[in-house]
Design a protein around this ligand. Structure first.
Ligand SMILES: [Zn+2]
Length: 477
């Protein structure tokens, strides 16, 4: 009982110490797992059919927040495109392709899982958090812990990946990016996440749920609603498309279709709202690679409807808005109400500067429809992806369609890309392109050199004393 009490205190303190940005760690682990389970048949799905690699990616999806748990800047760094770019270069140089040994495959799985975390934070914060504020009047502090608690109490949590990371490689990449961190620091950060957030979370979730659900009635209804952009369920196809894009990059190719991996609304759904004052009227493109904010300008983005060009405000990732920041979010917020049940197109002109040194040198477009006016009888929105089963194998939910991720477009190498002009998708839809395009043993390593119960006590004490508060910070800056 005493151990359990300390675990609760430790977990409460740890959650308090985690940054108020992005969503909960269990959300990251599960969205990544659900996305992998829904990958279309092919190379990437075959790769992750190995349960060990699946687990490696899932733990990696928790990794960036482990830096906050130990109050070390490595966590902040691990969220962002510059670190990811350096890490991908490192994996390409040290491990593959063709990733023909178990160790090399683990490297590839880890970088993919780690990358998913940062993207999911950008999506949640840049889209869904605005919906939460609009409907519940609540912000990040309640949304982060609240959605993780609801996932647990609503019965959705089923992944408890074992603790593992390629520590030596991570240390090398952090050092190359200007941050020295020791193995023991990373191991301790990961152990806190593993023990208190992944494994012990069901103990605390009901308490958090009881406190936060009353503040978040709309969120409780929609946090796993695939029809609401940026919800945990709506992150799944975007994460799947991102995994496909990462896989392409890890094999030295990057199809144009993967550069804009997903869009809200996707090709199958209508925009949520006609009301220009609502986040439901926003159109958000999710890039498969970081683009320099200063190169994603209003001159390179257009929104056209039945009556011609539509004025909009252009936004990027919520975190970081200066020209030399990197964004994976391109968001159009119409300045006037859109027409009901009408076709609109978003266009991107060439010129976006990508973090791998390439320039997006292709015209691209995405078509979508607006909702019907109330009572006008639009068909219901598709709801697949919205029923996440509890402790059971997922039903056979096909991705939006089975079109191969690159849709037959040529792979674009850096040279070819600068000289090529690939036009819009055949039907202008990105939804189809985007479709995609467990162990519970914390073990000795999971709790470092202290053993499980003692470190639980130590962390509980450490956190209860408030030392963890110093770890709180905002992403971006
Ligand atoms: Zn995070």
């Amino acid at each position: 009982m005493r151990t359990r009490l300390f675990a609760w205190v430790g977990l409460a303190g740890l959650l308090w110490s985690l940054p108020a940005a992005g969503h909960g760690i269990n959300g990251h682990v599960h969205v990544t797992g659900w996305a992998i389970e829904r990958l279309p048949p092919g190379e990437v799905a075959d790769f992750f059919a190995d349960p060990e690699l699946f687990d490696v990616a899932l733990f990696a999806a928790s990794f960036p927040d482990s830096g906050y748990a130990i109050d070390d800047p490595y966590g902040e760094m691990a969220h962002w495109p510059p670190f990811l770019e350096a890490y991908i270069r490192h994996v390409l140089a040290e491990a593959g392709p063709p990733f023909d040994t178990p160790e090399k495959r683990r490297q590839a799985a880890f970088v993919i899982g780690l990358a998913c975390h940062g993207l999911q934070d950008e999506i949640f914060d840049s889209i869904f958090l605005h919906h939460i504020r609009e409907h519940d009047g609540e912000g990040q502090d309640s949304a982060d812990s609240g959605t993780d608690a609801m996932l647990s109490t609503d019965g959705y949590l089923r992944f408890k990946p074992p603790q593992w990371a390629p520590i030596d490689d991570l240390i090398e990449v952090f050092a190359a990016e200007g941050h020295a961190v020791e193995a023991g620091t990373i191991e301790a950060g990961m152990a806190r996440v593993k023990v208190f957030v992944i494994d012990a979370f069901p103990n605390l979730a009901p308490i958090l749920d009881e406190r936060l659900r009353p503040l978040l009635p709309w969120t409780a209804e929609h946090y796993i609603d695939p029809a609401v952009p940026g919800s945990l369920a709506a992150e799944i196809p975007a994460t799947g498309a991102f995994i496909e894009a990462l896989w392409a990059r890890l094999h030295g190719r990057m199809p144009v279709a993967a550069m804009v991996g997903h869009a809200y609304p996707d090709g199958r759904r209508r925009l949520m709202s006609l009301d220009a004052d609502s986040a439901g009227s926003w159109i958000t493109l999710v890039l498969g690679i970081g683009a320099r904010v200063g190169s994603v300008t209003a001159e390179r983005v257009a929104l056209e409807g039945p009556a011609g060009p539509v004025p909009f405000d252009l936004h990027h990732t919520r975190w970081g808005g200066s020209p030399d920041d990197w964004t994976r979010i391109v968001q159009l917020r119409p300045r006037a109400p859109l027409e009901a049940d009408a076709a609109y197109v978003v266009r991107l002109e060439p010129g976006m500067e990508l973090i791998d040194g390439r320039v997006f040198d292709a015209a691209w477009s995405h078509a979508f429809r607006t909702p019907c006016a109330p009572g006008d009888g639009c068909p219901p929105e598709p709801m697949d992806g919205g029923v996440l089963p509890v402790d059971a194998a997922l039903p056979d939910m096909a991705p939006p369609d089975a079109t191969p991720p690159d849709r037959g477009l040529p792979d674009v190498t850096p040279d070819a890309m600068r000289g090529s002009s690939v036009d819009a998708m055949p039907d202008g839809s990105v939804g189809a392109d985007a479709a995609p395009v467990a162990s519970t043993d914390p073990g000795g390593c999971a709790v470092g050199r202290f053993g499980r119960a003692p470190i639980g006590w130590l962390i509980g004490l450490w956190l209860a004393l408030g030392l963890g508060r110093s770890a709180r910070r905002r992403i971006g800056g």
